[in-house]
Write a protein that binds this ligand. Structure first.
Ligand code: MN
Length: 133
């Protein structure tokens, strides 16, 4: 066994996020048979993902602040530290901070057969759809 090297904290791409988002990789595949990806994601107040879906689904575990999560039917839910949110494969959704506070979650997912299609990114979430429940 070994202690994994700590990659530098990476800024979330403005193509995929609105506002400031920082990503720390915790786990990534070491070979082609492994699929697990875990990252710690920190969102500044008001920051959120664009609409997207995950080929194999995604599990999020909130570790700080209050997370807002939305789906295409207009549902927006709040999740608090200690809560875990599961999104099934292919479901289009967004996640982010509240307008007033930082939010941090662990994001856990498995690579698709083609890692390039593990997450499908869509359009940005407009301000009018960024609402609290
Ligand atoms: Mn997601």
């Amino acid at each position: 066994m070994n202690i994994e090297p700590k990659p530098a904290t990476a800024k979330g791409s403005p193509d995929w996020f609105t506002g400031d988002v920082w990503v720390d990789m915790i786990a990534a595949p070491h070979d082609d048979r492994q699929r697990m990806i875990v990252s710690r994601v920190r969102f500044a107040p008001g920051a959120r993902t664009a609409w997207h879906s995950h080929e194999q689904g995604q599990t999020l575990h909130v570790t700080g602040g209050v997370a807002l999560l939305g789906t295409r039917d207009g549902t927006v839910i709040e999740a608090r530290p200690g809560q875990t949110i599961y999104t099934p494969p292919g479901e289009e959704h967004w996640h982010g901070a509240t307008p007033d506070d930082f939010m941090e979650h662990l994001a856990m997912l498995e690579n698709g057969d083609d890692p390039a299609t593990t997450t499908v990114w869509l359009e940005h979430l407009p301000d009018r759809d960024y609402v609290r429940p």
